[in-house]
Design a protein around this ligand. Structure first.
Ligand SMILES: [Zn+2]
Length: 130
């Protein structure tokens, strides 16, 4: 008679699936809006999840590097809406976070396989033609 007072897990699972199906578009719209309005918060959470560095630790490191790239010393911004302009956290599985780099230096050392021998060989090669 009537609805059961205590609902089981399957009831709530079905309820959730039905709710999602009937409200799918508004849920997606809300998620997009949330991501748009919380970019920095989500960026910090993702950085912490990936590299284990908190927002405070990031600011300390950023200030220690005089708000510039650890390699080329170009001034950096921590958060930029323009893709490719924001600072990159340079991370190594063995050493953890090594420093903050600009996009070019981050890509550069990545393309040179993070290998000091290859990077020195590239330096010697370039000096040969200077
Ligand atoms: Zn740089």
């Amino acid at each position: 008679m009537g609805r059961p007072r205590i609902r089981d897990a399957q009831y709530w699972k079905d309820y959730g699936v039905t709710y999602y199906q009937t409200h799918k578009e508004s849920i997606k719209k809300d998620k997009r809006k949330y991501r748009e309005n919380n970019k920095i918060k989500l960026s910090n959470a993702e950085r912490f999840r990936r590299y284990g560095i908190s927002e405070n630790e990031l600011y300390l490191l950023f200030n220690k590097q005089n708000k510039s790239c650890a390699i080329c010393r170009k001034p950096l911004v921590l958060y930029s809406p323009i893709k490719g302009v924001s600072a990159h956290v340079d991370h190594d599985s063995e050493y953890g976070v090594r420093g903050i780099l600009c996009h070019s230096c981050n890509i550069g050392i990545g393309n040179l396989q993070h290998d000091p021998f290859i990077i020195r060989a590239a330096e010697r090669y370039l000096h040969h033609y200077v």
